[in-house]
Design a protein around this ligand. Structure first.
Ligand SMILES: [Zn+2]
Length: 437
């Protein structure tokens, strides 16, 4: 016997209630009263999640931006009082393609996307007119270096400072800046990893106080690294800087968060100044919060941090990513106004990469590539549907987070501060190769 629902909304609402009463699973399992809708209804509901004009090819698939925005607006208007941001569930797919990520390809894609953004019209729906503002912030370091035409990843893409110039702070602060680069945002997730790596490398080189290890110093560095890794493993249970078999290292978002949350212990192991580590921890928590930042206080705090850094470790050139955070971080945050930089992060996009592989393996038809790509795109459109996300039960994905008291000093509305990290599996996230490290 099937239970009938007037429409899909009724069905999903019913299912939602079932979940809420913690009975959903039990009812479905007991199967006395099956609550699954007919296949036909399910198909209809799925179709409502697809914008029109999907382009599917053997190499990939894409959605037209305008159609995607229009549909998303319609879906959001069905919900009230919910903030849709860069959690995985709010993340819409635009395009995927199986090809080599060359500089030329990245530039071509950026130009195409810019052109599409330029021609975006406002969405008119239910007597409302909604205009769109699009920012390309979810990009990683490699893409940022290419689209900003920076000569190398070790130079700053905003003020073009080279490694040897990084620690001359008074000069750094007066360098001309490319304000048009602010719009690409701060890659908050990578900042956690890069700041941790920076601290680790200062620690490895501390015995000989040089930026790079040459000759006999190489052995000193390797020995110190080994010792540090062992201590982190034993005392904190985290693996830092281990090279993984296939690619990258064990340094991921979760490791870096542990590293800074327990900054006192990390300082003890690395022998790096506790105050400096705390400063980094506070800055990183601030940019990852989903709360607007008090720009001037943040600017002062970053500047102080940079001063402590060059005062204590003048021989270690500040890496470009750390420089970007400490020197330009406040200006980048300011560029986005009251929109918290934390919600613009690339983090959700990175977490999606992992899901991409899982969906492709288990939830697509494999008899031809077009169908595989079509199923992949469909799957992402459904799982990112704002309305479905809204009625789906929440598993404490945005929980009240224990920030350091100093973080609250740097925020405008510290009482509503949350950070979304608990439901993200960041194990597979890898930082780009950084020539400085
Ligand atoms: Zn710079």
């Amino acid at each position: 016997m099937f239970r009938r629902f007037r429409n899909n909304q009724d069905f999903f609402e019913e299912l939602h209630q079932q979940y809420q009463s913690q009975m959903g699973k039990k009812v479905l399992l007991d199967c006395e009263v099956p609550v699954l809708p007919s296949y036909h209804k399910l198909l209809e509901a799925k179709k409502k999640c697809y914008p029109h004009d999907l382009e599917i090819s053997e190499r990939g698939a894409r959605v037209k931006l305008q159609a995607l925005l229009d549909l998303t607006v319609q879906k959001i208007l069905q919900i009230t009082g919910t903030q849709i941001d860069s959690s995985t569930e709010g993340l819409k797919p635009i395009k995927f393609e199986f090809c080599k990520e060359t500089a030329e390809y990245i530039k071509q894609e950026e130009a195409a996307l810019k052109e599409e953004i330029k021609n975006i019209d406002s969405t008119k729906w239910a007597g409302l007119e909604i205009s769109h503002e699009l920012h390309m912030t979810m990009i990683d370091g490699k893409v940022a270096t290419i689209i900003t035409d920076t000569s190398s990843a070790s130079a700053c893409n905003i003020c073009l400072a080279k490694p040897t110039e990084m620690n001359k702070l008074s000069e750094v602060f007066s360098r001309p800046v490319r304000e048009d680069v602010y719009k690409y945002g701060l890659s908050t997730l990578h900042m956690w990893i890069r700041c941790m790596e920076c601290i680790l490398h200062i620690s490895y080189n501390m015995d000989f106080e040089l930026w790079t290890a040459r000759g006999a110093n190489k052995q000193l560095k390797a020995a110190k690294k080994h010792l540090t890794q062992e201590e982190f493993k034993q005392q904190m249970g985290i693996l830092v800087d281990y090279v993984k078999q296939v690619f990258g290292t064990t340094n991921d978002g979760n490791t870096a968060r542990r590293f800074f949350r327990d900054y006192e212990k990390s300082a003890e192991i690395t022998k790096i100044d506790k105050g400096l580590l705390k400063h980094f921890a506070v800055i990183l928590q601030t940019i990852s919060s989903r709360c607007a930042i008090d720009i001037e206080k943040f600017r002062t705090y970053c500047r102080e941090t940079a001063e402590i850094f060059v005062h204590l470790y003048p021989w270690f050139y500040m890496p470009a990513s750390v420089h970007k955070l400490l020197i330009h971080g406040a200006d980048i945050c300011h560029h986005f106004g009251l929109l918290p930089i934390g919600i613009l992060s690339e983090e959700a996009g990175e977490a999606r990469n992992k899901e991409f592989r899982r969906v492709r393996e288990y939830h697509t038809r494999k008899f031809n590539r077009m169908k595989t790509n079509e199923d992949l795109l469909h799957n992402f459109l459904i799982s990112s549907d704002p309305y479905l996300s809204h009625i789906r039960p929440k598993y404490s994905n945005s929980k009240q987070f224990d920030f350091f008291p100093d973080v609250k000093e740097l925020l405008l509305l510290p009482e509503v501060v949350t950070e979304e990290t608990e439901n993200m599996d960041l194990q597979e996230l890898q930082p780009e190769h950084d020539p400085l490290m």
